[in-house]
Ligand binder design. Structure first.
Ligand SMILES: Nc1nc2c(ncn2[C@@H]2O[C@H](COP(=O)(O)OP(=O)(O)OP(=O)(O)O)[C@@H](O)[C@H]2O)c(=O)[nH]1
Length: 199
């Protein structure tokens, strides 16, 4: 079995949402907990990477490991979170999920994991023509590239994808319900899913 470590990114500011998205609920379950449930079956270790203000709240709600972004790159976005987890582990692969996709499920991750292949550096979902850099596996060997990008202040995920050998997993690889990749950024989007779930 491939050695995979999980990284749940929960270090964003949730400015558009208005309160920490990780602790919004879908059908009574915290968003971040949905990510934990989806990833847990496939990883030996799992890290929730957040920021200092949320650590104690996470610790009250989960027994998973909670860490904070490396101080030098704090606030630099998801790339800083992935880098931080890579620094914690020597595992070959880091499987990343955001904390704001409440419909993500274990079967999706299982399918993604089956496409992990060491001839690629990164394996991410690109279902329905939308690249999802926060849903996929990153090989540990990209840590140097990530560090260089962060040092230069080029923290967009797409800079890393551009430099790397990427396997884009699409609907012809495995079909998936589009809703699984729905991420919640704004309170209005949250209101929509609450209403839909009640129907
Ligand atoms: N560890 C870590 N995760 C981050 C960071 N920035 C964003 N994330 C996570 O990446 C995912 C996508 O984040 P966004 O929705 O783009 O950003 P956000 O800061 O949470 O929200 P906005 O403030 O509204 O832009 C979420 O799971 C965030 O928690 C960061 O600097 N560090």
């Amino acid at each position: 079995m491939k050695r995979i470590v999980g990284a749940i990114l929960a270090g964003g500011q949730s400015r558009r949402f208005g309160s920490p998205k990780a602790f919004a609920k879908q059908n009574g379950v915290y968003f971040f907990q949905r990510a934990v449930e989806a990833l847990r079956p496939f990883v030996q270790e799992l890290y929730i990477v957040s920021h200092p203000a949320l650590v104690s709240r996470f610790q009250q709600e989960t027994s998973e490991k909670v860490i904070v972004d490396e101080q030098v790159y704090r606030g630099q976005g998801p790339l800083a979170g992935i880098y931080t987890v890579m620094k914690q582990t020597e595992a070959e692969w880091i499987f990343v999920l955001p904390c704001d996709m409440p419909y993500m499920r274990a079967s999706t991750i299982g399918n993604m994991v089956s496409y992990i292949d060491a001839s690629f550096d990164i394996v991410v979902s690109a279902h329905f023509g939308r690249v999802q850099p926060l849903v996929g596996a990153y090989h540990h060997r990209v840590i140097g590239d990530i560090e260089r990008l962060l040092k230069a202040g080029n923290n967009r995920m797409f800079w890393l994808l551009e430099k790397s050998r990427v396997r884009y997993v699409k609907e012809e690889d495995f079909f998936e319900d589009e809703r699984v990749f729905r991420n919640i950024n704004r309170a209005a989007e949250y209101d929509d899913i609450v209403t839909e779930d009640m129907l």
